[in-house]
Design a protein around this ligand. Structure first.
Ligand SMILES: NC(=O)c1ccc[n+]([C@@H]2O[C@H](COP(=O)([O-])OP(=O)(O)OC[C@H]3O[C@@H](n4cnc5c(N)ncnc54)[C@H](OP(=O)(O)O)[C@@H]3O)[C@@H](O)[C@H]2O)c1
Length: 224
């Protein structure tokens, strides 16, 4: 049976990943910052564990709790849109740094902490939720902290694809589309269920030949 671990699974896209993989019969380990407040997640009946992706002690504690549990698919989904002030002339530096901690370093921290679990899984798939807003080629400016943090994530994930290829680990760098969540807002054209259904197909298709590519939820390549 496939085991899937998801970060930031208490709401938004992460919650729908947990719901859909559980419905497909996978064993789901859903992580979030405050499990005691994660009512929607708890209602799914999946295993829930605490994880703040900015906190190395939290990541280490999770690895200890999981012991040698094999993980087939590790989905680094947790994300932060950044502070109010994040433009070229005016930036909230603490908020800017937090954006990097969550979006860029968070997936790396979790991937490193759970690497042994991933290595003992069958599939060995690491998935990072990035954004088209991290594409330098596509940028129209604005939202500097978020864009920069996702561009940095793209480089980190691409490097992991290159460096962990020798271990058989494949890396998907996925843009979910513009999705109706707290982050995406109510004007977004896609529901989280539509986006997740497509991304699950992309994850199923992940193999060494497309590892490390920057793809949207429909499998279309995005320029870096
Ligand atoms: N929605 C879109 O249109 C869109 C577009 C492109 C990319 N994305 C990316 O897709 C991913 C999911 O986005 P979403 O729309 O579902 O966002 P969301 O509704 O804002 O949910 C964000 C999730 O990340 C969690 N999180 C934030 N900081 C965390 C931390 N330090 N440790 C652990 N979890 C943390 C949140 O937990 P709390 O409840 O504890 O805050 C929440 O579960 C993100 O990486 C986002 O950048 C989304």
């Amino acid at each position: 049976m496939t085991t899937v671990l998801i970060t930031g699974a208490n709401r938004g896209i992460g919650l729908v990943f947990a719901r859909q993989y559980a419905a497909d019969g996978a064993t789901v380990i859903a992580t979030c910052r405050e499990p005691e407040k994660a009512d929607k997640l708890t209602a799914l009946g999946v295993r829930v564990e605490q994880l703040d992706v900015t906190d190395p002690a939290s990541a280490t504690a999770l690895a200890v709790t999981l012991k040698a549990v094999p993980i087939d698919i590790l989905i680094a989904n947790a994300g932060y849109y950044g502070p109010e002030l994040q433009d070229a002339d005016d930036a909230d530096w603490a908020g800017f740094l937090q954006t990097y901690r969550v979006n860029s370093l968070g997936p790396l921290l979790v991937a490193q902490a759970l690497k042994l679990n991933l290595l003992s899984g069958q599939d060995k798939k690491l998935v990072v939720l990035t954004s088209k807003m991290g594409s330098i080629a596509d940028s129209t400016g604005g939202h500097l902290a978020y864009r920069a943090s996702k561009a940095a994530l793209n480089m980190i994930a691409h490097n992991l694809a290159l460096e962990w290829k020798k271990h058989g680990i494949k890396v998907a760098i996925l843009h979910p589309g513009w999705v109706k969540t707290d982050m995406g807002g109510s004007s977004a054209p896609l529901s989280a269920a539509e986006s997740v259904a497509e991304m699950m197909n992309r994850i199923a298709e992940l193999w060494p030949g497309n590892s490390g590519q920057f793809l949207d939820y429909q499998g279309k390549e995005i320029r870096w």
